[in-house]
Design a protein around this ligand. Sequence first.
Ligand code: FMN
Length: 202
Amino acid sequence: MIIDPRNHDPRSIYKLMIGSIVPRPIAFVSSISADGIRNLAPFSFFAGVSADPPVICFCPMVRSSDGKKKDTLQNIESTREFVVNVVSEELVGQMNLCSGEYPPDVDEFELSRLTPVESDLVRPPRVGEARVSMECKLRQIISVSEKPLGASIVLGEILRFHVQDALFDNFKIDPDQLRAVGRMGGPTYIRTRDRFNLERPK
Ligand SMILES: Cc1cc2nc3c(=O)[nH]c(=O)nc-3n(C[C@H](O)[C@H](O)[C@H](O)COP(=O)(O)O)c2cc1C
């Protein structure tokens, strides 16, 4: 099968991408609006970028329903701060609830009953239940496309990590305690329990 994306509906291409680029980690992003309203939403177009300085990126798409920016992007453009929380198995229900398209005045911390814990260095709170959270300051936003299903790349520098003690051993994270989940295509997710080791060539 050869697919030229120019000949297909962007929704089909989106489906092709989320089914092929798997599994994807999930950034559960807390942000705050200029008016101080908290926001929490998951993003799986998410990756680590650099360790010195520590930088991550995630990609809010343009809403396909109304062509508007997502609240997370709007908030980060205004306040330049956010927190990336890691999604463990026990958080998937609340994470999914927070992915609904709610108006900007909805506080997804209240909606999901997740615990907002004050961050040390940024205004958006972190998710108290998350086993790892990263406080970030915005470095750059790159607009790739303003069309529906287009996206921006948000690059954030990690100013502080919060890691639950139980899963931290000399900077190694215990995956059995983190129990991170990843996203596949459609409504499918993956646990991180089936693992194997592969030593790199010298
Ligand atoms: C697991 C998961 C991953 C998602 N990944 C993305 C993503 O990478 N980019 C995106 O724009 N939306 C993604 N979404 C959808 C957003 O979470 C959703 O549009 C949400 O309403 C955005 O919230 P906001 O408007 O408060 O920022 C994802 C949803 C789920 C459940």
